[in-house]
Write a protein that binds this ligand. Structure first.
Ligand SMILES: [Zn+2]
Length: 203
């Protein structure tokens, strides 16, 4: 975290983005920042897309089962009506699913003087920039990229490899259908064809 942003400024909010592939610890990092804000007695509200039904309905939950209370929304504009006047820190998880209006909503929240922290996938299973995330990363004051571990080579992973054949954009909750890969071992075509046993690394 840039020291300049270590203290909340009542007159000026800002946007922080926590981006990365699946299994890179984005939600853990979001929850860590929100917990620290709560320790500092800052009023916090957290939102997530309703589409993400994994683990818990009104919480954000990371793959390691760290949890934090969150309000589900379908459209990002709902956040503007649900956010309470006193709220100083707004957390948003799975931002990639919240649609093209999310950057405008985040901008309004920041211009109201709030700290807005958004976690999300930077690229999809095809390796392409995902939903509103690239736009948000451009507008944000602070961008942090999380990395996972490549399941093939053990190096830093930046891509989300789909392991099952499907052309669907979203396979929500199917974490077993994905693994983290580095640039070298990422194969965007793999998700579009049936895998051999060798590719699945079965015995
Ligand atoms: Zn690798």
């Amino acid at each position: 975290m840039n020291d300049v942003f270590a203290r909340p400024q009542p007159e000026s909010g800002w946007i922080e983005v926590i981006a990365g592939c699946m299994f890179s610890g984005k939600t853990e990092e979001l929850i860590k920042r929100l917990r620290r804000a709560k320790i500092a007695r800052l009023p916090v509200q957290t939102f997530k897309p309703r589409i993400d039904a994994r683990y818990a309905k009104d919480e954000v939950a990371s793959h390691d089962q760290t949890r934090f209370q969150a309000q589900p929304v379908i459209e990002p504009e709902e956040i503007l009506t649900l956010v309470e006047p006193a709220t100083q820190v707004v957390g948003i998880d799975e931002g990639q699913f919240l649609g093209d209006e999310l950057p405008a909503v985040a901008t309004i929240l920041a211009e109201q003087g709030r700290r807005v922290i958004i976690a999300g996938l930077d690229t999809d299973w095809r390796g392409r920039p995902f939903g509103p995330m690239p736009h948000l990363m451009a507008l944000a004051e602070i961008v942090h990229k999380q990395h996972a571990i490549c399941r093939v080579c053990g190096g830093p992973a930046t891509r989300t490899q789909r392991l099952i054949a499907s052309q669907e954009d979203i396979l929500v909750g199917s974490t077993e259908a994905y693994e983290a890969r580095c640039r070298k071992h990422f194969d965007p075509e793999m998700g579009a064809r049936i895998l051999t046993d060798q590719e699945l690394r079965l015995p």
